[in-house]
Design a protein around this ligand. Sequence first.
Ligand code: PGA
Length: 251
Amino acid sequence: MKRRPFIAGNWKMHLTLAESVRLAQAVAESCAACPDRDVMIAPAFTSLASVCTAVKGSPLLIGAQNIAWEKEGAYTGEISPVMLKDLGVNLAIIGHSERRQIFGEDDAMINRRMHGALNGGIQPILCIGETLADREAGNTFSVLEKQLRHGLNKVSNEQMAQVVLAYEPVWAIGTGKTASKEQAQEVHAFLRQLLANLYEKNIADATRILYGGSVKFDNIDNLMAQPDIDGALVGGAALKAESFDRIVRFR
Ligand code: PGA
Protein backbone atom coordinates (compact mmCIF):
# COMPACT_ATOMS: atom_id res chain seq x y z
CA MET A 1 0.00 0.00 0.00
CA LYS A 2 1.41 3.34 -1.03
CA ARG A 3 0.82 6.05 1.55
CA ARG A 4 1.40 9.71 0.82
CA PRO A 5 4.40 10.89 2.87
CA PHE A 6 3.70 13.46 5.55
CA ILE A 7 6.37 15.78 6.96
CA ALA A 8 5.24 17.90 9.90
CA GLY A 9 7.02 20.61 11.85
CA ASN A 10 6.01 21.25 15.46
CA TRP A 11 7.26 24.70 16.40
CA LYS A 12 6.29 24.29 20.08
CA MET A 13 6.69 27.51 22.14
CA HIS A 14 9.10 29.20 19.73
CA LEU A 15 9.25 32.16 17.32
CA THR A 16 7.69 35.62 17.36
CA LEU A 17 4.95 36.59 14.95
CA ALA A 18 7.34 38.06 12.37
CA GLU A 19 9.70 35.08 12.62
CA SER A 20 6.79 32.67 12.22
CA VAL A 21 5.47 34.35 9.09
CA ARG A 22 8.94 34.42 7.53
CA LEU A 23 9.58 30.76 8.26
CA ALA A 24 6.11 29.75 7.07
CA GLN A 25 6.70 31.48 3.73
CA ALA A 26 10.02 29.65 3.33
CA VAL A 27 8.40 26.30 4.17
CA ALA A 28 5.61 27.01 1.67
CA GLU A 29 8.31 27.21 -1.01
CA SER A 30 9.83 23.89 0.07
CA CYS A 31 6.36 22.39 0.05
CA ALA A 32 5.56 23.67 -3.44
CA ALA A 33 8.77 22.04 -4.70
CA CYS A 34 7.63 18.59 -3.47
CA PRO A 35 4.09 17.97 -4.72
CA ASP A 36 4.23 14.23 -3.97
CA ARG A 37 4.13 14.71 -0.19
CA ASP A 38 2.13 16.53 2.46
CA VAL A 39 3.91 19.18 4.51
CA MET A 40 2.53 20.74 7.68
CA ILE A 41 3.70 23.31 10.21
CA ALA A 42 2.24 23.87 13.67
CA PRO A 43 3.05 27.42 14.85
CA ALA A 44 2.23 28.78 18.29
CA PHE A 45 -1.40 29.83 18.69
CA THR A 46 -0.41 33.52 18.67
CA SER A 47 0.96 33.16 15.12
CA LEU A 48 -1.66 30.84 13.66
CA ALA A 49 -3.95 33.46 12.12
CA SER A 50 -1.13 35.42 10.48
CA VAL A 51 0.57 32.27 9.21
CA CYS A 52 -2.72 31.03 7.70
CA THR A 53 -3.10 34.35 5.89
CA ALA A 54 0.54 34.44 4.77
CA VAL A 55 0.45 31.01 3.10
CA LYS A 56 -3.11 31.10 1.77
CA GLY A 57 -3.32 29.37 -1.61
CA SER A 58 -0.23 27.24 -0.92
CA PRO A 59 -0.57 23.47 -0.45
CA LEU A 60 1.22 23.82 2.90
CA LEU A 61 -0.98 22.42 5.68
CA ILE A 62 -1.38 24.25 8.96
CA GLY A 63 -1.67 22.47 12.29
CA ALA A 64 -2.56 23.55 15.80
CA GLN A 65 -0.49 22.26 18.71
CA ASN A 66 -3.58 21.22 20.65
CA ILE A 67 -7.36 21.47 20.43
CA ALA A 68 -10.29 21.66 22.85
CA TRP A 69 -13.27 19.28 22.71
CA GLU A 70 -16.05 21.83 23.09
CA LYS A 71 -17.10 24.38 20.50
CA GLU A 72 -17.13 27.24 23.01
CA GLY A 73 -17.61 27.92 26.69
CA ALA A 74 -15.88 28.54 30.00
CA TYR A 75 -12.58 26.78 29.22
CA THR A 76 -9.89 29.34 30.07
CA GLY A 77 -6.76 28.87 28.01
CA GLU A 78 -8.27 26.49 25.45
CA ILE A 79 -8.84 26.91 21.70
CA SER A 80 -11.86 25.26 20.08
CA PRO A 81 -12.19 23.34 16.80
CA VAL A 82 -14.58 26.05 15.54
CA MET A 83 -11.95 28.76 16.13
CA LEU A 84 -9.27 26.72 14.35
CA LYS A 85 -11.53 25.88 11.44
CA ASP A 86 -12.36 29.58 11.13
CA LEU A 87 -8.66 30.36 10.52
CA GLY A 88 -8.24 27.61 7.93
CA VAL A 89 -6.31 25.24 10.20
CA ASN A 90 -6.29 21.69 8.80
CA LEU A 91 -4.90 19.49 11.57
CA ALA A 92 -4.22 19.37 15.31
CA ILE A 93 -1.47 17.63 17.28
CA ILE A 94 -3.06 15.74 20.17
CA GLY A 95 -1.44 13.92 23.09
CA HIS A 96 2.08 15.19 22.55
CA SER A 97 4.32 13.83 25.32
CA GLU A 98 4.95 17.38 26.57
CA ARG A 99 1.19 17.80 27.08
CA ARG A 100 1.04 14.43 28.83
CA GLN A 101 4.12 14.85 31.01
CA ILE A 102 4.32 18.58 31.80
CA PHE A 103 0.63 19.47 31.74
CA GLY A 104 -0.84 16.24 33.05
CA GLU A 105 -3.07 15.37 30.09
CA ASP A 106 -4.26 11.78 30.43
CA ASP A 107 -5.60 9.28 27.93
CA ALA A 108 -9.22 10.18 28.71
CA MET A 109 -8.65 13.87 28.02
CA ILE A 110 -6.68 13.07 24.88
CA ASN A 111 -9.58 10.95 23.64
CA ARG A 112 -11.99 13.86 24.22
CA ARG A 113 -9.69 16.09 22.18
CA MET A 114 -9.65 13.46 19.41
CA HIS A 115 -13.43 13.54 19.21
CA GLY A 116 -13.45 17.34 19.39
CA ALA A 117 -11.16 17.49 16.37
CA LEU A 118 -12.99 14.81 14.38
CA ASN A 119 -16.42 16.33 15.03
CA GLY A 120 -15.06 19.77 14.18
CA GLY A 121 -13.56 18.82 10.83
CA ILE A 122 -9.94 19.05 11.99
CA GLN A 123 -7.68 16.06 11.28
CA PRO A 124 -6.03 14.79 14.47
CA ILE A 125 -2.41 13.71 14.76
CA LEU A 126 -2.47 11.37 17.75
CA CYS A 127 0.95 11.18 19.46
CA ILE A 128 1.99 8.19 21.53
CA GLY A 129 5.34 7.14 22.92
CA GLU A 130 7.09 5.28 25.72
CA THR A 131 9.48 6.78 28.25
CA LEU A 132 13.01 5.50 28.76
CA ALA A 133 11.85 3.80 31.98
CA ASP A 134 9.04 2.04 30.05
CA ARG A 135 11.51 0.83 27.43
CA GLU A 136 14.10 -0.35 29.94
CA ALA A 137 11.43 -2.22 31.88
CA GLY A 138 10.36 -4.00 28.69
CA ASN A 139 6.98 -2.24 28.66
CA THR A 140 7.26 -0.40 25.34
CA PHE A 141 4.58 -2.36 23.52
CA SER A 142 2.09 -2.53 26.38
CA VAL A 143 2.40 1.23 27.03
CA LEU A 144 1.91 2.03 23.35
CA GLU A 145 -1.04 -0.33 23.06
CA LYS A 146 -2.75 1.32 26.02
CA GLN A 147 -2.17 4.84 24.67
CA LEU A 148 -3.41 3.81 21.23
CA ARG A 149 -6.54 2.02 22.42
CA HIS A 150 -7.53 4.81 24.82
CA GLY A 151 -6.67 7.57 22.37
CA LEU A 152 -8.82 5.94 19.68
CA ASN A 153 -11.67 4.93 21.98
CA LYS A 154 -14.98 5.17 20.04
CA VAL A 155 -13.25 6.46 16.91
CA SER A 156 -15.11 4.78 14.04
CA ASN A 157 -13.71 3.25 10.87
CA GLU A 158 -14.87 6.26 8.90
CA GLN A 159 -13.30 8.70 11.34
CA MET A 160 -10.08 6.70 11.40
CA ALA A 161 -9.52 7.59 7.76
CA GLN A 162 -8.90 11.16 9.01
CA VAL A 163 -6.43 10.22 11.73
CA VAL A 164 -2.65 10.45 11.50
CA LEU A 165 -0.58 8.63 14.14
CA ALA A 166 2.78 9.76 15.45
CA TYR A 167 5.13 7.47 17.32
CA GLU A 168 7.42 9.63 19.43
CA PRO A 169 9.58 7.80 21.96
CA VAL A 170 9.84 10.28 24.85
CA TRP A 171 13.55 9.48 25.29
CA ALA A 172 14.22 10.66 21.73
CA ILE A 173 12.42 14.02 21.88
CA GLY A 174 14.78 16.96 21.99
CA THR A 175 17.62 14.73 23.19
CA GLY A 176 19.52 14.27 19.94
CA LYS A 177 19.02 10.53 20.51
CA THR A 178 16.97 9.18 17.59
CA ALA A 179 15.47 5.71 17.67
CA SER A 180 17.39 3.55 15.21
CA LYS A 181 15.55 2.90 11.98
CA GLU A 182 15.14 -0.72 13.10
CA GLN A 183 13.69 0.29 16.49
CA ALA A 184 11.28 2.71 14.83
CA GLN A 185 10.22 0.26 12.11
CA GLU A 186 9.59 -2.44 14.72
CA VAL A 187 7.21 -0.17 16.62
CA HIS A 188 5.51 1.15 13.47
CA ALA A 189 4.83 -2.40 12.25
CA PHE A 190 3.46 -3.28 15.69
CA LEU A 191 1.14 -0.24 15.62
CA ARG A 192 -0.11 -1.08 12.14
CA GLN A 193 -0.91 -4.61 13.31
CA LEU A 194 -2.81 -3.18 16.28
CA LEU A 195 -4.77 -0.93 13.92
CA ALA A 196 -5.60 -3.97 11.81
CA ASN A 197 -7.08 -5.61 14.92
CA LEU A 198 -9.17 -2.53 15.70
CA TYR A 199 -10.21 -1.41 12.20
CA GLU A 200 -10.81 -2.73 8.72
CA LYS A 201 -7.60 -3.83 7.04
CA ASN A 202 -7.73 -1.16 4.34
CA ILE A 203 -7.94 1.51 7.06
CA ALA A 204 -4.93 0.06 8.90
CA ASP A 205 -3.03 -0.07 5.61
CA ALA A 206 -3.90 3.49 4.70
CA THR A 207 -3.17 5.12 8.09
CA ARG A 208 -0.05 7.22 8.06
CA ILE A 209 2.28 6.64 10.99
CA LEU A 210 4.88 9.37 11.55
CA TYR A 211 8.07 8.98 13.53
CA GLY A 212 9.14 11.81 15.85
CA GLY A 213 12.13 12.36 18.12
CA SER A 214 15.34 14.11 17.03
CA VAL A 215 14.59 13.81 13.33
CA LYS A 216 17.31 15.73 11.45
CA PHE A 217 18.48 16.28 7.89
CA ASP A 218 21.02 13.47 8.30
CA ASN A 219 18.68 10.71 9.54
CA ILE A 220 15.45 11.46 7.65
CA ASP A 221 16.38 9.45 4.53
CA ASN A 222 17.07 6.25 6.48
CA LEU A 223 13.90 6.62 8.51
CA MET A 224 11.74 7.25 5.45
CA ALA A 225 13.16 4.17 3.74
CA GLN A 226 11.44 1.93 6.32
CA PRO A 227 8.25 0.30 5.02
CA ASP A 228 5.98 1.41 7.88
CA ILE A 229 7.40 4.90 8.46
CA ASP A 230 5.24 7.30 6.47
CA GLY A 231 6.56 10.61 7.65
CA ALA A 232 8.08 12.60 10.47
CA LEU A 233 7.01 14.96 13.23
CA VAL A 234 9.94 17.31 13.64
CA GLY A 235 10.61 19.68 16.53
CA GLY A 236 13.98 21.43 16.77
CA ALA A 237 15.00 20.86 13.15
CA ALA A 238 11.74 22.44 11.94
CA LEU A 239 12.71 25.86 13.32
CA LYS A 240 15.27 26.63 10.62
CA ALA A 241 14.21 26.95 6.97
CA GLU A 242 17.31 25.20 5.60
CA SER A 243 17.24 22.17 7.86
CA PHE A 244 13.49 21.68 7.46
CA ASP A 245 13.79 22.10 3.70
CA ARG A 246 16.23 19.18 3.56
CA ILE A 247 13.85 17.09 5.66
CA VAL A 248 10.91 17.97 3.40
CA ARG A 249 13.05 16.92 0.43
CA PHE A 250 13.95 13.52 1.91
CA ARG A 251 15.06 10.98 -0.66
P1 PGA B 1 12.45 17.03 18.37
O1 PGA B 1 10.90 17.09 18.80
O2 PGA B 1 12.50 16.85 16.88
O3 PGA B 1 13.03 18.36 18.80
O4 PGA B 1 13.06 15.88 19.10
C1 PGA B 1 9.97 16.23 18.20
C2 PGA B 1 8.58 16.46 18.78
O5 PGA B 1 8.47 16.73 19.98
O6 PGA B 1 7.58 16.40 18.04
